[in-house]
Design a protein around this ligand. Structure first.
Ligand code: ZN
Length: 98
């Protein structure tokens, strides 16, 4: 792959679901949160190890089912973090109701 310095390109990342490569901006970044659970990195700037998934519920489902998503970032996924991830993927607002 040749690097072209004349244009700023959006780096591509691999989706943990379908395995396809897509521009980072088209993916949801998931990281290991401070509490050890899967968290959505909305600001795309957390320094922790992350993984990416398409904004497609089918990809998320696949990534979760295979365990790839969780094992890649070494985090645990419980019902509430799964719900948060699902909302991020489907573009729904995250409602905080604890
Ligand atoms: Zn995908």
């Amino acid at each position: 792959m040749k690097s072209d310095g004349s244009r700023a390109r959006i780096p591509e990342r691999r989706c943990a679901g379908c395995g396809g490569r897509f521009p980072k901006t088209d993916l949801i970044r998931l990281v290991r949160g401070e509490d050890g659970r899967v968290a959505v990195d909305n600001r795309m700037r957390a320094q922790s190890r992350g993984t990416y998934v398409c904004k497609d519920p089918a990809c998320l489902k696949k990534a979760l089912k295979s365990g790839r998503l969780v094992s890649q970032i070494g985090a645990t996924l419980d019902a509430s973090s799964e719900e948060a991830v699902r909302r991020a993927v489907t573009g729904e607002e995250t409602l905080s109701k604890d």
